[in-house]
Ligand binder design. Structure first.
Ligand code: PMP
Length: 462
């Protein structure tokens, strides 16, 4: 029997075997939020013969923009950049209010790519919210992740967070008074065994027994920010099994999916679709064009069960309405010019660019930070743009580790080097960390060497 109740008293029996319907995961806010009165009617404007007196759309004849021209550099070096001119109907649509979930051409392009990369057949075109999955575009993946937290978590609910975690999600969880529980990870990603132990003992363990059972697990499976490590296939399978057994959702935040230097393992979204016994899915997958096309375009996308994506769209319809039509039209102009193959070729070249940077960065780190006496150690990142340095600092009186916070935020800054202290990535507040995140995305070799020399000096001066 599934005798859960909602809100702060949320409980799911340890041996829950009947998964609750996905609609039961929605927060009270999401359940109460009415559909936007006007936006929900806009799709009807497309019906043949319909005359619309509906929307407060400005008349595009008054807009002083004649054309948007995008010069696209193709991944194949031989051809010169191609200029794509957006005019006519496409331009009018880009400059006008558009669909909440994104410009259809962009949504379709991304959905087709997602379908082929993750082996999830494209859902039939219908507005039926029971279709197995759908895709929506957001203002960067950040926008979609934060909205997804809001449409699922009530105050007093519990979210599991891969630790260390992407700090961009933490403020959203503090504001909502959600309980966060850290789940350890190592060089193969999230420790599914530790998580299983935690879940099995949830109601009796001192740390968790007063908390509601978790409603979701947030993780960065590929080249995690900050550690650069990826979750292995075995662990992904185990996490999915646990999500089904203990009835929670998986938030797969994968902006570095294309920036892996190692062979990619199937995504959780792909694995979720492979199990025909489970028709409703457990995984919300977040991706982004930020790392491979432009961070300033602010285009991210979410793919997942329709009930959940619909709830996110409903939120968008009452917040920023839609992602900028101009950004979307620039993105689709580039993507259509490249095609799926060209895009993947471009992404592979981008990964190669970062791999070479990582190699140079690590070589210099080795020369300077590992010189006698060594001041740091690290695991080589398998993708992305970060090195997660474990500083070899004097031990803190209360913990078995050193603490990089004061060193990085005061001494290193004074010495002219900026980095992020590890404590910023802790899923729970109040801890210490001997780690520091440094980025090799933009910095040249000379500056890298100078930054590491400064860092070394402040560590040795302690
Ligand atoms: N998730 C992770 C793990 C990130 O590192 C970032 C960007 N730093 C984001 C999400 C947000 O990316 P965007 O909003 O640009 O898509």
């Amino acid at each position: 029997m599934n005798d859960y109740v909602r809100g702060s008293a949320w409980r799911v029996p340890v041996t829950a075997c009947q998964p609750r319907p996905l609609s039961a995961f929605l927060s009270r806010n999401a359940q109460r939020r009415p559909a936007s009165a006007i936006r929900s009617l806009l799709p009807l404007e497309q019906e043949p013969g319909m005359i619309s007196l509906l929307a407060g759309k400005p008349n595009p004849a008054t807009f002083p923009i004649e054309e948007i021209a995008v010069k696209v550099r193709l991944p194949d070096d031989a051809s010169s950049p191609v200029v794509v001119a957006v005019t006519g109907d496409r331009l009018q649509k880009a400059l006008q209010y558009g669909p909440t979930a994104g410009t259809p051409a962009l949504v379709d392009w991304l959905a087709q790519l997602t379908s082929s990369l993750h082996g999830r057949p494209l859902p039939a075109q219908s507005s039926d919210s029971t279709k197995p999955w759908q895709l929506a575009v957001g203002n960067g993946s950040q926008d979609l992740i934060v909205k997804a937290f809001e449409v699922i978590l009530d105050s007093g609910d519990t979210a599991l967070l891969q630790s260390p975690t992407y700090p961009g999600v933490l403020p959203a969880l503090c504001v909502g008074q959600v309980n966060t529980v850290a789940v350890e990870s190592d060089e193969a990603g999230i420790r599914a065994d530790a998580l299983e132990r935690m879940l099995a003992r949830w109601d009796v363990d001192e740390k968790t027994s007063s908390l509601a059972r978790p409603k979701l697990l947030y993780m960065v499976p590929t080249a995690s920010n900050p550690t650069g490590t990826s979750t292995s296939l075995d662990r992904k399978r185990a996490l999915l099994r646990l999500a089904r057994k203990y009835d929670f959702l998986l938030f797969e935040d994968d902006p570095y999916y294309h920036l892996s230097f190692e062979e990619a393992t199937p995504s959780l979204f792909a694995l979720d679709g492979q199990d025909s016994d489970h028709d409703q899915g457990r995984v919300l997958r977040f991706e982004s064009l930020s790392k491979v096309m432009s961070a300033g375009l602010r285009i991210g996308f979410v793919a997942g069960p329709s009930v959940l994506v619909d709830a996110i769209n409903k939120y968008t319809a009452t917040s920023h309405l839609q992602v900028s039509g101009v950004s979307q039209c620039v993105a689709i102009a580039v993507l259509e010019q490249m095609g799926h193959r060209g895009f993947l070729q471009h992404a592979a070249r981008t990964a190669d660019f970062y791999r070479r940077r990582r190699d140079a960065f690590e070589r210099i780190a080795h020369e300077i930070l590992r010189a006698e006496p060594p001041v740091a150690e690290w695991t080589s990142p398998g993708g992305g743009m970060f090195l997660w340095l474990r500083l070899l600092l004097p031990l803190n009186a209360n913990t078995a580790e050193g603490d990089s916070f004061a060193l990085i935020s005061t001494q290193a800054r004074r010495a002219g080097v900026l980095a992020v202290p590890g404590v910023a990535f802790l899923a729970s507040s109040g801890g210490t960390s001997t780690y520091v995140r440094v980025s090799f995305s933009l910095i040249g070799e000379e500056d890298t060497a100078e930054a590491f020399r400064r860092l070394r000096r402040v560590i040795l001066d302690l």
